[in-house]
Design a protein around this ligand. Structure first.
Ligand code: BG6
Length: 279
């Protein structure tokens, strides 16, 4: 486990064990690499991103908190502010080659206008043969608080034309603000822009590539986002090459729409996802 500073000043922690290689930036508590030993990288990062301080990185796993998507106040940042802020690393545990890192987001006075509540938010990352991440919220306030959130995972999938996503059957989804629709086919293929919020979704999805399968499990989450920007939106996205959409897909463990989290005073919630590779 080593802590280093990127050329442009971003601090990161690297984990290099018998089970995996992983890297997490303190900015945004953003994991930008996870490679199970002997496998290819599971996470995707755009080569167009130059790792500037203050911006979430285009790839890896940005943390969307305490709201997902566009806020009703249109000038507030999309996907909340946590992905752009400096988090603090406060604990490291190693057991049987599995490394667990815990980070907390100190809420700055300037962020009180976005989030006036007294809550604690932590990210717990367990790096083994699998990657397990929990976004932990604890309400320390004297009133209920409601939030939406997502672990906005970008996966490296080789070729979007050959990707088949499975495990969505029977769930409702909203696409580009339209719907709700019901997912009737078991398989999702990608032939156009796909930007769906699924609700009432089962706990396991798979991304099948010709080389193997990425398995994504979710706990304390009934919603997930499935996103590929396709041709037109790729041209408009910041820190994204025009043809990047060919190699990535986002499948995001979430608590959004009717799956928003309301915490009573003293209550705790853990949005968890577990990511692994099956050859
Ligand atoms: C996805 C949304 O989760 O994030 C998309 O569903 C959005 O609509 C995408 O374009 C990327 O957002 P951003 O703010 O990182 O460019």
């Amino acid at each position: 486990i080593t802590t280093s500073v990127h050329a442009n000043g971003l601090e990161y922690i690297e984990v290099n064990s018998k089970l995996c290689y992983a890297r997490i930036l303190l900015q945004g508590a953003q994991i930008d690499s996870f490679i199970p030993k002997g496998q290819a990288p599971l996470l995707w990062v755009s080569s167009a991103d130059d790792y500037q301080p203050g911006n979430g990185i285009r790839g890896g796993i940005p943390v969307c908190w305490p709201w997902f998507g566009q806020h009703p106040n249109a000038d507030w940042p999309q996907h909340g502010f946590a992905r752009n802020r400096q988090w603090c690393h406060f604990s490291t545990e190693v057991q049987d080659e599995i490394v667990t890192l815990k980070l907390v987001l100190p809420l700055a006075a300037a962020d009180r206008r976005f989030w006036p509540h007294n809550t604690r938010v932590e990210l717990h990352c367990r790096f083994g043969q699998k990657l397990r991440i929990s976004l932990v919220n604890i309400n320390l306030d004297d009133h209920p608080v409601t939030l939406t959130q997502a672990l906005h995972s970008y996966f490296s999938i080789g070729d979007i034309h050959q990707l088949i996503a499975k495990g969505f059957n029977g769930a409702h989804y909203i696409e580009f603000g339209a719907g709700p629709y019901v997912q009737t086919e078991d398989d999702v293929h990608f032939e156009r822009e796909t930007d769906r919020v699924y609700n009432g979704l089962g706990a396991v999805q798979q991304l099948h590539t010709p080389h193997g399968t990425i398995v994504v499990k979710r706990e304390h989450s009934h919603s997930a986002v499935l996103w590929n920007p396709w041709v037109e939106k790729s041209r408009r996205l910041a820190r994204f090459n025009d043809d990047d959409y060919l190699q990535m897909v986002c499948l995001e463990a979430a608590n959004v729409l009717e799956d928003a989290v309301t915490l009573a005073p003293g209550e705790r919630h853990e949005l968890t996802t577990e990511i692994s590779w099956q050859a």
